[in-house]
Design a protein around this ligand. Sequence first.
Ligand code: NAI
Ligand code: MG
Length: 359
Amino acid sequence: MADVKKIAVIAGDGIGPEVVAEAIKVMKKTEDVFGYRFEFEHGLFGGIAIDEKGTPLPEDTLAICKKADAVLLGAVGGPKWDNNPKELRPETGLLGIRKALGLFSNIRPANVFDCLKEASTLKPEVLEGTDLIVVRELTGGIYFGEKFRREGANGEEAVDTCVYNVTEVERIVRQAFEIARTRRKKLASVDKANVLETSRLWRETVNRIAPDYPDVELEHVLVDNCAMQLLRRPSSFDVIVTENMFGDILSDEAAMLTGSIGMLSSASLGEGAFGLYEPVHGSAPDIAGQGIANPIATILSVALMYRLTFGYHDAAEAIERAVKEVLDAGHRTGDIAVDKSKALGTTAMGELIVGAIRK
Ligand code: NAI
Ligand code: MG
């Protein structure tokens, strides 16, 4: 029997608890079908934690996460807390948890379900076969560099600095090579090495460690070219690795290839197998409490957890297959439905997927 894996569940606000509930049903089904074992421990986080404990990231929630093997997160935030001071805002908890858990990379798959191709703004023949992952460095670069204002010769100036050290580059590039190894074995390293010194260090580092991964085909792509190629030939990419700001922009561009925010999963990883898994979308206050949110992004985040943290590839594949089967049969939640009158609710969609999981 498989050993018991500890899962910290932080459902959060708005539709967070609704979609997380369906993801947990999926995990329980994989216990029955594949014999895996999970122990769930719930923690308060975000707006609800502000209301009940006076802080977005309570110590006991952090403790639950630190002793877990993986974290499943819903979403946080909402209009109720928008005007709070910074330390009492849900987003502050989000930054805090990533920092406290040492999560330095953010991973976002963008795969196009053939039956949803009509939901995208791109031509179906361009999208055909698109299945890529963007690996974004999360804790370095220009977002974290020194920033200040000063008086210059021509008036006020603003300065942002971009700093990367070789350790930061190496750890994320190695992670991306490892992920590529589990997939189609292609890595695109994205930089601006024709202009930026940080990019030159990035590229030198990639080239230095590439010989450790002779089975992975490597290409260097300049970021502006990558932005174009994502629209021209998205299916030619497998794994894309890049620094923080480029990754911020490219991962949103890649997300739009698939059509709906309700379908997109993500992972944040640090050293080792530990990871935090969550849908890309937020707490959707406009539809919260109505039972109509699409749970697929959260369910696919579980598949990502199985692959990246636990190596449960059989169960991950079963989840992805179940989602595809249910969509192919024409079932839709409101966000991806053409005929909204036939749309299913969160629970109905979750249960159909649970029912389709098999060996
Ligand atoms: P959002 O992703 O919550 O919603 C954007 C639009 O997409 C809304 O119309 C919503 O109804 C729809 N949508 C989102 N997820 C859906 C799903 N699963 N099924 C069906 N429709 C879905 O982004 P928004 O409105 O900008 O932010 C709302 C709140 O969420 C804010 O407080 C924001 O700060 C927070 N947020 C939290 C994130 C997180 O926890 N990581 C990420 C993004 C936003
Ligand atoms: Mg999220």
